[in-house]
Design a protein around this ligand. Structure first.
Ligand code: HH2
Length: 288
């Protein structure tokens, strides 16, 4: 498996340790923290607090992708993002921009971003060319439909196999557009066009997505499937999220996207210790 993630201006060795990506939503309406970091200074302060908590990467978004969310015009996304990215670009952690819009990604890369986190997996025609031309890292995420429609009765024959097959097609399209495999990280898209049962199933079978041969990023922090059974609001889903995080890391996730960086770093380090020993034990057993 390719474990070096080539991003703009460098590489991240994902074999060395699991990376924690902190989320900064510069939005009025994100599902768990909408409005908290819309002011540039609040977003900058939050970004720096996440770095102090141990974030290896930061992911900035200016458009909510929660179920039912409407698209935000590129000019508004740019206006929200650029002052924040410019301020944080020199702070020593790679910056990712969470957008499906090539015009927004282009401005963010100019302002210092190194990664495009595209929840539409290169749906915007200009995006593949931009990533190929700039050498940015890219996250290709599985999304069924659009955020506006994705939760309208999602169905799959077999969610894990369907997501794997879909991601494989998107990787082929990326490669055809001139994006190197080393630039790509894949994401099953927990919560994007999936029922709670689909989300649990995808995490339980994450190893099958590892067979695609590219590193995996998982974003599950505070999502509704973590609270549904117990009726917990977004602010009370941390423990469930950490349990799912530990299992995702055990089953091969190399980047965890989260709002709760300090707690996630702690959980990831323990899950990683156990996963490393598990892999070594499996290797030893194979040698006999
Ligand atoms: N989840 C969200 C947004 N972007 N990107 C990737 N690659 N994977 C994810 O799972 C993912 C993502 C949703 O979380 P958040 O950004 O907090 O919410 P909102 O979209 O409402 O801003």
């Amino acid at each position: 498996m390719s474990s070096r993630w080539r991003i703009r201006g460098g590489t991240l060795d994902l074999a060395e340790r699991v990376r924690v990506m902190g989320v900064v939503n510069v939005t009025p309406d994100s599902f768990s923290d909408g409005g908290a970091f819309l002011e540039p200074q609040a977003a900058i302060d939050h970004a720096r607090a996440l770095i102090a908590e141990g974030a290896d990467l930061l992911d900035f978004g200016a458009e909510s992708t929660r179920p039912g969310a409407a698209a935000v015009p590129p000019a508004i996304q740019i206006e929200r993002l650029i002052p924040v990215l410019e301020a944080v670009a020199g702070d020593g952690v790679p910056i990712s921009v969470d957008t499906g819009c090539a015009a927004v990604a282009a401005r963010a890369l100019e302002a210092g971003a190194a990664i495009v986190n595209d929840v539409t997996a290169l749906r915007d025609r200009g995006m593949a060319e931009l990533v190929a031309g700039t050498g940015a890292g890219v996250v290709l995420m599985h999304l069924r439909g659009t955020p506006e429609t994705m939760q309208d009765d999602p169905r799959y024959d077999d969610v894990t196999r369907d997501v794997a097959a879909w991601l494989e097609v998107r990787v082929r399209a990326a490669r055809r557009a001139g994006i190197a495999s080393e630039q790509i990280v894949l994401d099953p898209g927990v919560g994007f066009g999936k029922t709670a049962a689909h989300n649990f199933e995808l995490i339980a079978r994450l190893e099958e997505l590892g067979a695609l041969g590219l590193p995996l990023l998982v974003g599950l922090s505070r999502k509704s499937f973590l609270g549904r059974a117990q009726g917990l609001p977004a602010g009370e889903r941390l423990e469930g999220g950490l349990a799912a995080t530990a299992i995702a890391v055990f089953l091969g996730a190399r980047v965890m996207r989260t709002h709760d960086v300090a707690a996630t770093v702690r959980a990831v380090r323990i899950a990683e210790e156990i996963a490393t020993r598990r892999r070594a034990a499996v290797e030893r057993a194979r040698e006999f």
